[in-house]
Design a protein around this ligand. Structure first.
Ligand code: DAT
Length: 174
């Protein structure tokens, strides 16, 4: 198998509602494979890739073009794992697989409660998961055969997801 768009090595997008486990999975995958891990939220913060403040949602508005320009060269080289709670603004050509993490509502609720989130923000994120907003966004933005919905409730789910992604990576014969 060869990665699309002239890349020798693939890129992975891990997406899903906040709290579903993108960062923990991405960091562990990076540790096991040596792939470059990019948390888009952290990157935006470090580089101030913001376009203002969304009062309604109580969060910064991401400067999407800034993020894309910053990552373009690395994405052409491949071997990157991106972690973000959205996926419709990245160039479709960047990814060879899109992992959408899913978490049961009661579990997600208790994970979000542990964060410094307002009640409103918790509710908004829980609703995002109930309505499977990110899964639909991924299916609308990428070829459905590269979009994988993966459960992320328990540590064994994470282990299972890691094993499956690593098996998938082995098809590249890197
Ligand atoms: P995200 O990056 O999607 O916001 P995270 O990686 O920070 O989420 O994880 C949120 C919390 O949930 C964190 O305390 C780790 C825990 N967690 C994530 N995935 C898990 C899983 N599969 N089993 C048990 N706990 C998990």
């Amino acid at each position: 198998m060869a990665a699309a768009h002239g890349r020798v090595r693939p890129n992975i997008l891990i997406t899903g509602t906040p709290g579903t486990g993108k960062t923990i999975l991405g960091m562990e995958l990076s540790k096991r494979t040596g792939m470059n891990f990019v948390n888009i939220g952290d990157m935006a913060k470090e580089n101030n890739y913001y376009e203002g403040w969304d009062d309604e949602r109580q969060c910064h508005v991401l400067n999407e073009d800034g993020v894309i320009d910053e990552l373009e060269d690395a994405m052409s080289d491949g071997w990157n794992i991106l972690d973000y709670h959205g996926c419709d603004f990245f160039p479709e050509r960047w990814f060879d697989i899109v992992i959408v993490l899913r978490t049961d509502i009661t579990i997600l609720y208790s994970r979000l409660e542990k964060r410094d989130y307002s009640e409103k923000k918790i509710k908004e994120n829980v609703e995002c998961e109930i309505f499977q907003t990110i899964l639909e966004e991924a299916r609308d933005s990428y070829s459905t055969d590269i979009v994988h919905e993966c459960q992320s409730n328990y540590p064994e789910d994470m282990e299972n997801n890691l094993e499956n992604i690593i098996l998938w990576l082995q098809q590249w014969h890197l």
